[in-house]
Design a protein around this ligand. Sequence first.
Ligand SMILES: [Fe+2]
Ligand SMILES: [Fe+2]
Length: 200
Amino acid sequence: MISRDTKERFLSLYKEKITRPGADKLLEWLEKESDFFKAPASTRYHLAEEGGLALHSLHVYDRLKQLVETEEKNTGICHADEESIAIVALLHDVCKANFYTVEMRNRKNEFGAWESYPYYSVDDQLPYGHGEKSVYIISGFMKLKRAEAMAIRWHMGFSDNDFKGGGYSVGNAYEKFPLAVLANMADMSATYLDEAGKEE
Ligand SMILES: [Fe+2]
Ligand SMILES: [Fe+2]
């Protein structure tokens, strides 16, 4: 089950920082019409557990906030207000809502006793891509600033399918939108530093 702390922190950050028109409807959709707060962050790789997606989004928030503050102080290159940071971080992986299915399977634990565990697989209800899908979902509820849309669209960096298919848009976007670079760094740090070793 998602920990109460995770859900409460997500909700209080969201409500405090994201106040533009439509934000409340998007939150209502997340809570009532999607499995966002139940979903894992991945099938196997990081936070493959109930509530993993919300916890990952919080990790990205903490990382992105720190990265933007450091960059603002040291170079002045990246300016992003509190609302933009919260939108990009908390919602970058909203594409993973209504995306996984779960079945309970049995396995022997380290003491040789049987235990059940959640086994996730992908069953994408809205096959629209990854970052672009998050932008699409959010835009159905509220207007994104250009830099926010870019940061969410390209948060996967050079492992995005567009780049793997030979596209160069990710690099072009990074040249123009520093927040997008930092979003990718925040996502990587959350996944590989904060969540390392927590996979199934
Ligand atoms: Fe992602
Ligand atoms: Fe992510």
